[in-house]
Design a protein around this ligand. Structure first.
Ligand code: S3P
Length: 747
């Protein structure tokens, strides 16, 4: 990328940039600059091979450099600009790494009059408590965030070059303006450092100092780790960003006062509410963060095995979402059992907490929702981040269209690519105001139109329970009747649960009608196991000789059982035992025993009833004798991934003759080989290829499996306990967790 990279200030950060650039081959030569008093450090840098050479005169250091990185402490930046000014070259790109950006821009303005076009302000969010070149490493920036804060005059080529440089150093680059950068960093970095320094300072000055520090393991040690950072540097950072930090300190003081007050009044309920909110907010943020930053999870399955025993798979995802939504809007307290503690449903839970609903749990799948009533939601303070969940985004768009506040819905990369016009267009016909990107995707900017929505009679062009549910939720806030007619039956959990909460819904054939005349009364919900999660085991046991499995308490709502019908048509041996109704939904135990399968033409009317199960049904087809044909399933192309293409690609890698078509697939059954496939971040693809291992003749490696956590975090443990040799590179203790995991074998 560069011929000569010059690092001004070769400490922890500067040294790590040099090491990374060298390791990634980003510059032919790398030189350093420092002051007389830095000679020893510069010598060390040279001896360690971090830099090729160093200079004590800045003009020599930067001469013929095509990139100059200013990696000095923030307080030194103005004097560095001043000494660079006489030798500033328009052929060089300049950048920095300072933790505050407004102060850097102001310093540049003071020195140059205005910020030079070839200076690109940047900030890698990475570091360590140690300082100096000896602490530098070549992976400090790997998978770490880096913020670039260009100004209007910043040259595009310079910006692109610096962005490319950091991406090649392994960073995840975001672009934002300097003010936003400083506001965010004040909250996420500067305030926590101040609190850590303040706590150690306060406790350290107490008389019982020695006692406190003697027993200061655990919480104190974790919380105050960052107080080991360089005090001069932090003094300078905090001073440079004080305008953003001072209001945050005021808010922190108010929050501490509130907690003190709750303790004085023994208000344990409110105290719990604060802690519980913080607990899940942190978890959600970690999930979100890990989703972006962590190297993705890889599953490896050894060929062969059979599935045997009993299991209860986790709660139904669709019903878990709806239990939060309707429980929150109900009058009174709703208790939920069997809630799916996976990322998708937790995203919905968090969204309602963000809108002021107090929700206790989840603890072992149990939740207590303190309903706020149909008109009780409050404006969220920020965006509602819905992760990977299409259901959450589409249903919420209907619900939020008729509120008295505005909201913004965002999601992960996959969700941000999924079509939202299917909901925003009919909602617009009701009078909603929702802006999408030009492509009709998230973020969704919703202007609440309380009291202004009008009912419509909508004939859905596609069979979609999400669209139907979205419009029914909007219809609860619309004038007159809102009716939705579906081209084929789709899952009816929204309608059933609304009735369970005593909200009137009228069903006439394929048409459902709702009005705003009604209230939701709190009701207890028992969420059965998700047949979509059970499907992996239904297929696994059907294809692996010797299998005999009992799946307990599975939801068998007739709008969801297409997978059983299709597998039975293929010759599977599945018994539905102990059928019962639990909380308005049919439930049964499913007994499945190995049976040789044959290829079929999948009846099109079963497609919406098995819409999420096709990835694993394709695996069943690959193990069946003869040809299996699916058509009428173009919806599969707009799920968490393009499930037709991604499954066809993976099956072909495994040696299966799988031909994708516009609306389905033709699969010639035969043998399954080994190989490396990718799930494209789609949970159901990852689990389907894992199940294929049962009939493969060589190991299968499945890349990009982190999103299994969106619907079935226990999958890797459960499948192993039941007989598939799966390992995951994010856990070297699968063995222990497999027996101690939350899904205990039922006796
Ligand atoms: C769902 C409906 C289905 C399904 C999704 C969950 C729901 O989507 O694929 O996993 O909970 O309503 P569509 O309605 O878009 O087909």
């Amino acid at each position: 990328m560069f011929n000569r990279l010059c690092i001004i200030g070769v400490g922890l950060i500067g040294g790590s940039i040099a090491r990374t650039a060298r390791q990634q081959n980003l510059s032919k030569s790398i030189v350093g600059y420092g002051r007389q008093q830095d000679v020893q450090n510069l010598e060390t840098a040279k001896r360690l091979g971090v830099i090729d050479n160093y200079y004590l005169r800045i003009e020599e250091a930067v001469q013929s450099a095509d990139c100059v990185v200013i990696a000095t402490p923030v307080a030194a930046i103005e004097s560095i600009f001043a000494s660079l000014k006489p030798v500033w070259s328009e052929y060089t790109i300049y950048t920095d790494v300072s933790s505050t950006k407004v102060s850097v821009v102001l310093a540049a303005q003071r020195v140059f009059g205005s910020v030079p076009e070839n200076f690109v302000p940047a900030h890698p969010i990475a570091g360590a408590e140690q300082s100096g070149v000896e602490a530098s490493v070549d992976d400090l920036f790997l998978n770490k965030r880096l913020i670039i804060s260009p100004l209007s005059q910043t040259r595009t080529e310079a910006l692109q070059k610096i962005q490319g440089f950091w991406e090649r150093c392994g960073s995840v680059v975001s672009v934002m303006d300097v003010e936003r950068h400083d506001a965010i960093l004040a909250a996420t970095s500067h305030l926590p450092h101040i609190l850590a320094f303040a706590l150690v300072d306060m406790l350290g000055h107490k008389d019982e100092q020695s006692e406190i520090f003697k027993y200061a393991a655990g919480g104190f040690k974790d919380f105050t780790r960052i107080a080991s950072s360089d005090p001069i540097m932090w003094r300078d950072i905090c001073s440079a960003n004080k305008d953003e930090i001072i209001p945050l300190l005021q808010q922190t003081r108010e929050q501490l006062d509130k907690i003190q007050h709750l303790l004085e009044n023994s208000d344990s309920q409110q105290l719990f509410a604060i802690f519980a909110y913080a607990n899940t907010a942190r978890q959600r943020f970690l999930n979100q963060f890990e989703g972006i930053m962590s190297k993705s999870i890889t599953f490896q399955v050894q060929p062969g095995g059979k599935l045997q025993g009993e299991a209860r798979v986790p709660g139904d995802k669709s019903m878990s979402h709806r239990s939060i939504m309707l429980g929150s809007l109900a009058e009174g307290v709703t208790h939920v059992k069997g809630f799916l503690e996976a990322e998708d449903a937790l995203a919905t839970l968090q969204a309602f907490r963000d809108m002021g609903v107090e929700i206790e749990g989840p603890v072992n799948g149990c939740l207590t929702i303190h309903g706020v009533g149909k008109h009780g939601l409050k404006a969220p303070k920020g965006e509602l981040y819905l992760g990977n969940s299409g259901t959450s985004m589409r249903l919420l768009s209907g619900l939020l269209a008729g509120q008295s506040f505005n909201s913004v819905l965002t999601g992960d990369k996959s969700l941000s690519g999924r079509p939202m016009k299917r909901v925003t267009e009919p909602l617009a016909a009701m009078g909603a105001d929702i802006k999408t990107t030009e492509k009709g995707t998230a973020p969704l900017y919703i202007t609440g139109k309380a009291g202004q929505l009008k009912g419509i009679n909508y004939v859905m062009p596609m069979a979609s329970a999400q669209v139907k549910s979205c419009l029914l939720l909007a219809g609860m806030y619309a004038e007159g009747e809102t009716s939705v007619t579906e081209p084929a039956p789709t899952r009816d959990h929204t309608e059933r649960m609304l009735s369970g909460f005593s909200y009137p819904v009228k069903q006439q054939g394929r048409k459902v009608t709702i009005t705003a005349n009604g209230n939701l009364n709190a009701a207890d919900i028992d969420v059965p196991s998700d047949i979509s999660s059970a499907a992996f085991f239904l297929v696994g046991a059907s294809i692996a000789p010797g299998s005999d499995l009992l799946l307990k308490h599975v939801g068998i709502n007739p709008t969801r059982t297409g997978v059983i019908d299709i597998l039975r048509l293929m010759g599977a041996n599945i018994e539905v035992l102990n059928e019962r109704i639990v909380g308005g939904e049919p439930v049964a135990d499913l007994h499945v025993v190995y049976s040789p399968l044959k290829g079929i033409d999948i009846p099109e009317e079963l497609v919406p009833l098995a819409i999420d199960e096709f990835p694993v049904l394709f695996v069943a087809a690959a193990c069946a004798e003869g040809q299996t044909r699916l058509s009428g399933a173009e919806e599969l192309r707009v799920k968490e991934s393009d499930r037709i293409q991604v499954m066809a690609d993976g099956l072909q890698i495994l040696g299966v003759n799988a031909q994708p078509t516009a609306d389905g697939m033709v699969i010639q059954g035969g043998s399954i080989g080994g190989g490396v496939v990718t799930s494209h971040g789609d949970h159901r693809i990852a689990m389907s290829f894992s199940i294929a291992g049962l009939r493969a003749n060589a190991p299968i490696t499945i890349l990009d499996c982190a999103n299994v956590n969106t619907s079935f975090p226990e999958f890797k443990y459960l499948v192993k306990r039941l007989g598939l040799a799966l390992t995951s590179d994010d856990s070297n203790n699968v063995e222990v967790e497999a027996t101690e995991g939350s899904i205990a074998e039922e006796s």
